[in-house]
Design a protein around this ligand. Structure first.
Ligand code: MRU
Length: 350
C-alpha cells in the first residue's frame, strides 16, 4: 500500500461502488459522488467530473466491472462479447488519453487469460485487475516524483499547465509529483500555474492541490507564459501527458505545444512526466493521435455567462501535440528518458 499523502482521493472503490470527487465543483466545494453503473462512469468521464489521463483509466477500469457485474451466467463467448461491448462504450467517452483504452484492454486481456473460470470468478478477476491498476498508479506516480527531483535545480521557478496532481491520478500525480517531491526537498521557490483555458484546470484544481500541499505558487493567465520566460522567471516547464507515441510526440492539454515552443525560444528545459501506461507503442507519431474536440460553449461561456456573441464559430480542441524534438526529457516511473525516444522506449518496453 502506498503511503497516504493527501487528504483526498480522486477515485475510490468503496463497498461495491465508485466514489469520486466531482471535479466540476472545485475549488468552491469538495463534493463526493457515487457511481454505480457504467453509464454513470461514462457521463462522469465525459463531463470531466473525473479527469486526467491516469484517473480516467482507473475510473474506466472500475466502470467496466460495474457494467458486467450483473450479467447473467452464460457461455464464455457471450460473456466476453458483452465485456467488449461495455469496454467500447466506456472508451467512447473521451478519445485522447490512452490510459482509458489501456486500462479497459488490460482487463479484457486478463479476463481472456482466465477464460476457463466461471462467470462469477471472471467478474472477480475484472474487479481485482481494476484494483491493481489503481494501486499500481499510486506507486508509479510516487516513483515518477522521486525520479524527477534530480531535474529540479535549487530555488526552482517552475511553470506547469493543466492539472497533473492527485486529482488526475491515483495519488501524487505526474508532473505534480515531481513538484511535490522537489518541494519536500526544499527546492521549489515558485510554481507558476497556467490557468488553462477554457476549463481552468490550473486555476481551479492545481492551485487547490498546491495550496493543500503548502507549495508556493502564483496563478497566471496562459498568455503570460512568454512574458514570464522573457523575464527570467521560469527555470523549466513540466507538464503531464495524455498520450505519448513511439517517437516521443506527446499529446497534452491544449496550450502545451505553445509552451514547448516558448521554452525552446528561451533556452529553458521542457519536461514531460507520465507513467508507462501513457506511452502508446501502437502509434508511430503524434499525427496518429485522435484529438478530442469539445463543446463550443466551453469557449463562448465562462460559467453560465456568455462571453461571445451568439452563433459564433468556435474551434475547441482539448489537446495538442508537442513534437518530440521540443521535449528535453520524459520522466517515468522507470527513470528519466531522453532522446532518442524511439530507441529508448523500445528498450524500456522490451
Ligand atoms: O481534459 P483533462 O483535464 O482531462 O486534461 C488533462 C491533462 O491534459 C493532463 O495534463 C494529463 O491528463 C496528464 S494528468 C496526470
Amino acid at each position: 500500500m502506498a503511503e497516504e499523502n493527501s487528504s483526498f482521493q480522486s477515485v475510490k472503490w468503496d463497498n461495491g461502488q465508485i466514489q469520486i470527487i466531482d471535479q466540476t465543483f472545485l475549488p468552491d466545494r469538495e463534493v463526493y459522488i457515487t457511481l454505480t453503473s457504467a453509464g454513470q462512469v461514462w457521463e462522469a468521464i465525459k463531463m470531466l467530473r473525473v479527469r486526467g489521463a491516469p484517473a480516467i483509466g482507473i475510473a474506466g477500469a472500475y466502470g467496466l466491472y460495474l457494467g458486467i457485474r450483473d450479467l447473467p451466467e452464460s457461455a464464455f463467448k457471450m460473456f466476453y462479447s458483452e465485456c467488449n461491448r461495455v469496454a467500447d462504450y466506456l472508451d467512447s467517452s473521451r478519445p485522447t488519453a490512452v490510459n482509458l483504452s489501456w486500462a479497459l484492454q488490460r482487463i479484457l486481456n486478463t479476463i481472456y487469460v482466465h477464460k476457463e473460470k466461471t462467470i462469477p470468478e471472471l467478474k472477480e478477476v475484472a474487479l481485482k485487475t481494476a484494483r491493481t491498476i489503481h494501486e499500481e498508479d499510486r506507486r508509479l506516480c510516487k516513483s515518477i516524483g522521486e525520479n524527477g527531483v534530480e531535474l529540479v535545480p535549487d530555488n526552482a521557478n517552475i511553470l506547469t499547465h493543466c492539472n497533473t496532481g492527485g486529482l488526475a491520478t491515483g495519488e501524487f500525480g505526474t508532473a505534480f509529483s515531481v513538484i511535490l517531491h522537489a518541494h519536500k526537498k526544499k527546492k521549489v521557490k515558485m510554481v507558476w500555474v497556467d490557468e488553462t483555458r477554457p476549463l481552468l484546470q490550473g486555476a481551479r484544481l492545481t492551485t487547490w492541490e498546491l495550496e493543500k500541499a503548502g507549495v508556493p505558487f502564483t496563478l497566471n493567465i496562459d498568455s503570460a507564459a512568454a512574458f514570464l520566460m522573457q523575464n527570467g522567471k521560469v527555470d523549466f516547464v513540466i507538464t503531464g501527458a495524455d498520450r505519448i507515441t513511439k517517437n516521443g510526440d506527446t499529446a497534452n492539454k491544449i496550450g502545451t505545444y505553445g509552451l514547448a515552443v516558448l521554452a525552446k525560444a528561451h533556452n529553458i528545459p521542457f519536461y514531460v512526466a507520465a507513467p508507462y501506461s501513457t506511452i502508446d507503442m501502437k502509434l508511430d507519431t503524434g499525427s496518429d493521435i485522435e484529438i478530442e474536440e469539445r463543446d463550443p460553449e466551453e469557449v463562448t461561456h465562462i460559467g453560465n455567462k456568455r462571453t461571445a456573441p451568439k452563433k459564433v464559430n468556435v474551434y475547441n480542441p482539448a489537446f495538442d501535440v508537442t513534437p518530440n524534438e521540443l521535449i528535453t526529457a520524459i520522466v517515468t516511473e522507470k527513470g528519466i528518458i531522453r532522446p532518442d525516444y524511439k530507441k529508448n522506449f523500445e528498450e524500456l518496453f522490451s
